[in-house]
Design a protein around this ligand. Structure first.
Ligand SMILES: [Zn+2]
Ligand SMILES: [Zn+2]
Length: 317
């Protein structure tokens, strides 16, 4: 079968390899791509196995044994470490990553599989993986995303596909959402899903700020956009080794709640699949062109301009 293999940073080759061996064999329909895949290609990534490594972690396909359509979840937690015992499986200390969606078949642990709701096309179902991370990020905001008296003034920094998904979830939660992005096309995408959009946030006015850029300057901007007592959720992963300098005064005198958000739980993946199947999150508005494995290398390295859209990879093209 054909698969995209990483042989080192920047070295992606599409090769004929032996059929994978594992618990459940899944014929891949599509795998969508995200910034993590770009990181894997450019710099390598802690989640990758030894080279040559398979990658692609937003994978939907058909089980060879039962014919059922499944989302191949990208991780299985150990169930026994202190994080798993504390019900924080997204932080599992012995996480088993399930990568390899950029291939015609993947062998997956049964525990990683989620049933795809009837009628949800593969590209939409694959987006349940990143949407689950957005569901998790909003859950990390806790009560700050749930309006009690009046509407919550919420801000989202960054109009990539993750920022747009988070903005949509906050709109569904009843927040007043302002998304900030310097691209006009992404501001238009944010407006289409019910948010307002600006090039830059006004400082100090937001009770909830969700950062979805992944750069130290954006983390600082998120703090500066926060109102007294606000909650700030840092969703974007900064480049490895980054250090962040933040203004001390608002962290203390304005009692800011700063939280990280990483990954998701299996229940959040199922929630994301349900939101996509119900049309509450419009995956078509986030779907980019469908490409084959041979186009993957060039497409991942191409700088993204204009609208935020996810590559859809069909390994049988
Ligand atoms: Zn991803
Ligand atoms: Zn664990």
């Amino acid at each position: 079968m054909r698969a995209a293999l990483l042989h080192g940073p920047g070295d992606l080759r599409v090769e004929e390899i032996v059929e994978p061996d594992g618990e459940v064999l899944v014929t891949v329909e599509v795998a969508t791509a995200c910034a993590t895949d770009v990181k894997c290609l450019r710099h390598g990534h802690v989640i990758l196995g030894p080279y040559p490594a398979r990658f692609g972690h937003e994978t939907v396909g058909v089980r060879e044994d039962t014919g059922a359509r499944v989302l191949v979840g990208d991780s299985v937690s150990c169930g026994t470490c202190r994080c798993c015992r504390a019900d924080r499986t997204q932080l599992c200390e012995r996480m088993r990553w399930v990568l390899g969606g950029f291939a015609q078949r993947i062998a997956a642990p049964a525990a990683s599989l989620h049933a795809v709701p009837d009628g949800l096309p593969a590209a939409g179902a694959a987006m349940a993986e990143p949407l689950a991370a957005a569901v998790h990020a909003v859950a990390r905001a806790g009560a700050a995303s749930q309006p009690t008296n009046g509407r919550v003034a919420a801000a989202v920094l960054g109009g990539g596909t993750m920022g747009l998904m988070i903005a949509r979830l906050l709109v569904l939660a009843g927040c007043d959402v302002t998304l900030a992005d310097r691209h006009e096309e992404r501001r238009d995408q944010a407006r289409a899903l019910g948010a307002s959009a600006v090039a830059q946030l006004e400082p100090g006015g937001h009770e909830l700020v969700m950062e979805a850029v992944g750069r130290p300057a954006a983390w600082r901007a998120a703090i500066e956009a926060a109102a007294p007592g606000a909650t700030i959720v840092l969703v974007g992963g900064c480049p490895a080794g980054s250090e962040v300098t933040l203004p001390a005064a608002p962290l203390h005198y304005a009692e800011l709640n700063v939280r990280g958000a990483f990954h998701h739980t299996p229940a959040e993946v199922d929630r994301a699949l349900a939101l996509l199947a119900a049309g509450e999150v419009d995956w078509r508005a986030l779907a980019g062109p469908t490409i084959g494995l041979d186009e993957l290398h060039g497409a991942l390295l191409r700088p993204s301009h204009g609208e935020a859209r996810k590559l859809v990879v069909d390994p049988h093209r």
